[in-house]
Design a protein around this ligand. Structure first.
Ligand SMILES: NC(=O)c1ccc[n+]([C@@H]2O[C@H](COP(=O)([O-])OP(=O)(O)OC[C@H]3O[C@@H](n4cnc5c(N)ncnc54)[C@H](O)[C@@H]3O)[C@@H](O)[C@H]2O)c1
Length: 261
């Protein structure tokens, strides 16, 4: 049983859930609305896989905290977790010196805090039951160098890789592995609709960007969840088709792909 948080059909989580099911595991999918869960569940079932869904807003602790207990009560086991939900919030793209505290907190809440809660509770179950398991948390190349005009997101995703390294260290003797997967520019439905929308300034930038497929991210996550990756823990695997070897979404003063407000 693999828990996947954030499974919208056109995103990384939807691809991940489909690939996990195709590899033979049962998926327990969490998203904020039933209409986001249904298409991915339908895809998996149409391909002969098994997927169960739960609606929860991961930014609300009252909805996040019961998730692991729900999985365990219903299925009696939990082998791994992929925390994919997250993303930049449209409201946060601005100069750092103008960023309101409320915006900073909202981005950290969406991208970092729920990951702590889910992994803490998953590990507590795995430790108590001596099962071990694999945790994969999705970061971003925005955490590698700097995150111009989206500083809260860069800070949250840096937090993901730091937190995940500590998970790997504290829990290695319990057979729990923990890794970060950091995407570059991914060809999700959301990103591609923005990248081709001239009103967003995306059309000009899009040809310069090397996009990575959602399946490329999903395959990496499935690998890390599987026993094929039994020796890998505490790592940050960048899956960006090479773009961070040249730049990281641009930086102030060097010409930037990030939106300069
Ligand atoms: N797409 C990219 O280019 C890119 C680049 C770097 C990092 N990432 C990271 O990859 C992950 C997936 O991004 P994506 O591009 O597939 O985005 P997406 O918007 O397609 O998927 C995000 C998922 O999270 C879910 N979600 C959002 N808020 C939620 C909430 N409050 N409660 C429950 N579920 C919620 C969404 O419904 C959706 O299923 C994110 O963590 C994002 O930060 C994406």
């Amino acid at each position: 049983m693999i828990l996947v948080c954030g499974v919208a059909r056109g995103g990384i989580g939807g691809a991940t859930a489909r690939l996990i099911a195709a590899a033979g595991a049962t998926v327990f999918a969490v998203d904020k609305a039933q209409e986001l869960l249904d298409p991915t569940i339908a895809d998996i079932e149409a391909a002969g896989g098994r997927c169960f869904g739960l609606v929860a807003d991961l930014t609300e602790s009252a909805q996040t905290d019961p998730i692991i207990a729900t999985v365990v009560q219903r299925f009696g086991r939990l082998d791994g977790v992929a925390n994919v939900a997250g993303g930049t919030r449209a409201e946060e793209w601005m100069k750092l010196e103008e960023t309101p505290t409320s915006s900073f907190r909202a981005t950290l809440n969406l991208n970092l805090e729920y990951v702590f809660r889910i992994c803490r509770d998953a590990a507590a179950f795995m430790i108590k039951n001596k099962t071990g398991g694999s945790l994969v948390n999705v970061g971003s190349i925005s955490a590698l160098t700097s995150a111009p005009y989206h500083a809260p997101y860069g800070a949250a995703k840096s937090g993901i890789s730091a937190l995940t390294r500590t998970m790997a260290n504290e829990w290695m003797h319990h057979g729990i592995r923990a890794n970060t997967v950091s995407p570059g520019a991914v060809a999700t439905e959301r990103v591609m609709s923005r990248a081709t929308n001239p009103a967003d300034g995306g059309a000009a930038a899009a040809p310069a960007v090397k996009f990575t497929s959602v399946d490329a991210l999903g395959h990496t996550i499935v690998f890390l969840l599987s026993d094929l990756a039994s020796g890998i823990s505490g790592q940050n695997i960048v899956v960006d088709s090479g773009i961070s070897s040249a730049y990281c979404l641009g930086s102030v003063g060097l010409g930037t792909l990030a939106k300069n407000p």
